[in-house]
Design a protein around this ligand. Structure first.
Ligand SMILES: [Fe+2]
Length: 266
């Protein structure tokens, strides 16, 4: 093999196959529900809110700053709640299918709404269920405008990643959900260890589904408005074990142009 000039290098590059392989650490399902679905759920919650049972004795949320602050049980005997239970169980099955599990008994065993106001927050926690395998979800139903205008939407993410700047008391994660699945810190990231945390911006209709062991927290927000979410837990029984597949993306061998961009040696 002789590489004497750029043309030799380019020819060799064309004959080499490269792939970037990512090992999974966590898989989340993101769903966007249409507004007519979230409208129906919100209307139902508004109708039953005054008479719904508190669920706060089962939850760690510090939802207490306003007289309207509440964590309420959602009763499956109501038709819209039963419909949502079935929809969410379908999403859970899709999630499991992607993990290689095709046969599973999935039961959405609890569902509750969280009505947060200025100063309310949720400390870092996970969710317990009675089965070994379990899942949980968060559906954002109402988002105050001061949170809505912050960067970090799913659309921003597609446009080029999410770069949150917490410096300068920016308030850029006020009302955001924080997820953590490891202990890597900023020094580890500089050593090519992967990030193990993320902040998620609440967006009406966005639903996140994840394994129930995943730690999460909610930052407080300031100003008027209600931040409303719905959460649910799922108990799962299956004889199958999940196969967490690698992600493999074909990569290009370095060309002169890409080396110039990255400054890598030819
Ligand atoms: Fe939670």
């Amino acid at each position: 093999m002789t590489i004497e000039n750029q043309s030799d290098a380019m020819k060799l590059a064309n004959d080499i196959q490269m792939a970037m392989i990512t090992k999974p650490a966590l898989t989340m399902l993101e769903v966007f529900l249409p507004s007519y679905v979230t409208d129906e759920i919100n209307t139902h919650i508004d109708n039953v809110r005054d008479n719904a049972k508190s669920f706060s004795h089962e939850l760690v949320g510090q939802i207490k700053s306003n007289e309207k602050s509440a964590q309420l049980d959602m009763d499956f005997k109501h038709k819209p709640v039963l419909g949502l239970k079935r929809l969410l169980e379908g999403f859970a099955l899709s999630y499991l299918n992607y993990q290689g599990i095709v046969e599973a008994k999935i039961d959405c065993c609890s569902m509750w709404s969280v009505h947060s106001y200025e100063g309310d927050y949720n400390p870092l926690h996970d969710h317990g269920v009675r089965t070994d395998m379990g899942m949980s979800c968060i559906l954002y139903l109402k988002v105050p405008p001061q949170i809505e205008k912050l960067p970090g939407s799913a659309e921003d993410f597609v446009k080029g990643g999410l770069k949150l700047n917490l410096n300068g008391a920016s308030g850029s994660t006020d009302g955001f959900t924080f997820f953590s699945w490891g202990i890597n810190g900023s020094a580890d990231i500089k050593r090519l260890k992967p990030v193990q945390e993320s902040f998620v911006k609440p967006e009406v209709g966005k639903l996140l589904m994840f394994p129930n062991w995943l730690k999460h927290a909610v930052s407080p927000f300031y100003g008027d408005g209600e931040r409303r979410t719905l959460s649910a837990n799922f108990e799962i029984e299956t004889k199958q074990a999940p196969i967490l597949a690698d992600t493999k993306v074909l990569a290009q061998t370095p060309t002169k142009e890409s080396n110039e961009i990255t400054g890598a040696p030819v």
